[in-house]
Design a protein around this ligand. Sequence first.
Ligand SMILES: Cc1cc2nc3c(=O)[nH]c(=O)nc-3n(C[C@H](O)[C@H](O)[C@H](O)COP(=O)(O)O)c2cc1C
Length: 237
Amino acid sequence: MNEILEAILRRRAVKVFEPVEISAEIREQILNAARHAPSSFNSQPYRFYWVGTAKEKVAVAKLCMGQMPAETASALVVAVADIGSFASTSRCQVEWMRSRSEFSEAKIRDYERTAKIGRILFMPGPFGIFAAVKWGLFWLVNLWKVMGMPPLFRRDLFKWAMKSTSLACENLMIAAEALGINTCPMEGFDGRRLSKYLGLSAHYHEIVMVIAVGKKSHAYVQPPQWRRPLDATLTIL
Ligand SMILES: Cc1cc2nc3c(=O)[nH]c(=O)nc-3n(C[C@H](O)[C@H](O)[C@H](O)COP(=O)(O)O)c2cc1C
């Protein structure tokens, strides 16, 4: 079977890990795979926190309610949706475009214009006032025009950013599996306390999941994997 498919089908949520060290090289490879996931407007609206030192791991595992995968993992990755990163991301992309010969000045200006429109569009404003006005306008236009509703309110922006963050998380887990490392995604954590611990801002950041990373314990017996039948999850038109 194809190697990528094999890693996808082999991946399991492992609940107990062996105490092994994850090398810096492996860490970089799996995080690099994460950031290569597709993202809306290529905005990569996330930040990963790699928790690898013993003291920090104990603290974060406690905030994952002492779950076994968190307690026994070699490292914990906290995946954070970051809706405050637009401006720095587009600046970074412009710098990158300027460093390459493929992009004409006109193309760069074009990108800058689009990025600026995007930033204005995605700005909810104080108490969501801009978002409410934009929502009303879009709703009216949508009465006669086919169009998608952009994420306008802060809640929508988080939902939007969480989609791209989740895809990056899946890339991370598949890459880990391909490199012989196991994982367990977890949403069982105290979001308020963990955000405070990491110094996150409720305005811009939301923790999407914590991924326990390590090597499956020999003593851990993995239950068989169950999935709904394909036709229960699929409609072919
Ligand atoms: C968003 C998400 C949250 C999850 N949260 C937890 C969790 O808090 N604790 C845990 O032990 N497993 C958690 N899991 C793992 C699931 O229980 C596991 O993926 C599911 O039972 C299927 O098992 P498999 O991944 O081995 O096929 C989570 C999985 C996902 C995708």
